[in-house]
Design a protein around this ligand. Structure first.
Ligand code: G6P
Ligand code: MG
Length: 218
């Protein structure tokens, strides 16, 4: 049987953590007198923690010292951790377990490729850690998405060539990273936002087992 590498982003693909990132960033922005909207939060999907804070400060026209920057980064993460501490399997997005099981049944290697430094904690909380043959996250990279580094490492860890990998991504930066890695990109979300992906689906309920099998065979 053909072997392909299947690489999953975490936030927005496996679980919907954007709402928790939003609550934590909003709290922080409020403290700085910055009005932070849900539309702006959309633009932070797939964006690293450091870069996210830089963007929020730029939107609010604020300049702060490096010490305060570091302090705010820790505070944001503490707040975010308090939300994800409460997560359980019920927060896994619809049909993700089915797709993972289909891949497992076809003996396909599966990697995580996430920008988050909290990826392992979240996978633990939702009991999905054992579904992955490799986990590559924000702790393992030096260059954030849209750089392809995270996906190239994820492919290497499962011994699959980049051109034989398929990436599931919900963010603009992540789809760009997958394309730059020379992988097939599957956008999870709206075509209007993820039009640069090889394929786009609103969510995993639209991804049939036959489609997964066609990806393995071609
Ligand atoms: C994902 C999320 C981003 C988040 C980034 C870093 O890409 O979509 O919103 O900023 O991970 O997450 P972390 O958990 O390390 O703060
Ligand atoms: Mg994401």
């Amino acid at each position: 049987m053909n072997k392909k590498g299947f690489i999953f982003d975490l936030d927005g693909v496996i679980v919907d953590t954007a709402k928790y990132h939003f609550l934590a960033w909003q709290q922080l922005a409020k403290g700085l007198d910055i009005n932070f909207t849900e539309e702006e939060n959309e633009q932070l999907k797939g964006v690293s923690r450091v870069r996210s804070l830089e963007k929020i400060l730029a939107w609010g026209n604020k300049t702060i010292s490096q010490d305060l920057f570091n302090e705010l980064m820790s505070k944001k993460n503490e707040e975010y951790l308090s939300y994800i501490a409460e997560m359980d399997e019920s927060e896994i997005l619809p049909d993700v377990p089915r797709v993972l099981n289909t891949l497992k049944a076809q003996n396909q290697p599966i990697s995580l490729g996430s920008a988050s430094k909290n990826a392992r904690i979240i996978l633990d909380r939702v009991h999905l850690k054992s579904s992955f043959d490799a986990i590559v996250d924000g702790n393992d990279v030096t260059k954030a998405k849209p750089d392809p580094e995270v996906f190239l490492i994820a492919a290497k860890e499962i011994n699959i060539k980049p051109e034989d990998c398929i990436v599931f991504e919900d963010s603009v930066a992540g789809v760009t990273a997958a394309n730059a890695a020379n992988m097939i990109s599957i956008g999870i979300g709206s075509k209007d936002v993820l039009g640069h992906a090889t394929y786009v689906f609103n969510d995993f309920t639209e991804i049939s087992d036959d489609f997964i099998k066609s990806l393995i065979e071609n």
